[in-house]
Design a binder for this molecule. Structure first.
Ligand SMILES: C[S@@+](CC[C@H](N)C(=O)[O-])C[C@H]1O[C@@H](n2cnc3c(N)ncnc32)[C@H](O)[C@@H]1O
Length: 147
């Protein structure tokens, strides 16, 4: 599948590896996207014909991607779980499932950087928070004070 630059960008996040993801996983039938973010890579894989099961720790990412991919979710071609990819083996929803490919786009999303309250940026005197999700037990500031 040919893609034009920016075809899968969203206000939440602009994915930068769409061509590479499609090069390696574009023929897969089922993919586990361990870092859903704004759903750009998942959207590209679904457009290429895959069924995608996706994880993200961040409830804001899950909500944004589910809204974007609502049609695919309704058709059974997309499902999102709020989870840490490091615990993938322990997720009951994935027990016994197999995938043709696994995608990890490690890092933070543009949304996490742009929202000063998330504390990933030094701009605007933001609090030092840096939690990917509210399952994290302490902020980065609390961790620095107690470690
Ligand atoms: C670079 S963004 C992914 C962008 C995504 N590929 C797209 O197309 O929009 C990285 C995402 O990984 C998530 N993340 C970081 N660590 C995680 C972890 N341990 N488990 C699950 N998700 C994680 C972040 O919350 C963020 O949404």
């Amino acid at each position: 599948m040919q893609v034009t630059d920016g075809a899968f960008d969203a206000p939440y996040h602009a994915p930068v590896l769409v061509a590479e993801v499609l090069q390696h996983l574009g023929h897969a039938h089922s993919v586990l996207d361990g870092t859903l973010g704004g759903g750009g890579h998942s959207a590209a894989l679904i457009a290429a014909g895959a069924t995608v099961t996706a994880l993200d720790r961040d409830p804001q990412a899950i909500a944004a991607a589910r809204a974007r991919l609502a049609d695919a979710e309704r058709d059974g071609r997309f499902a999102a779980l709020r989870a840490n990819f490091a615990e993938v083996d322990a997720l009951p929803a994935l027990a016994g499932r197999t995938f043709d490919g696994i995608l990890l786009d490690l890092g933070v999303s543009s949304h996490q950087l742009d929202d000063a309250q998330r504390g990933f940026t030094f701009r605007e005197g933001a609090p030092l928070d840096m939690r990917m999700g509210d399952d994290a037990v302490m902020t980065a500031a609390e961790w620095l004070e107690t470690s």
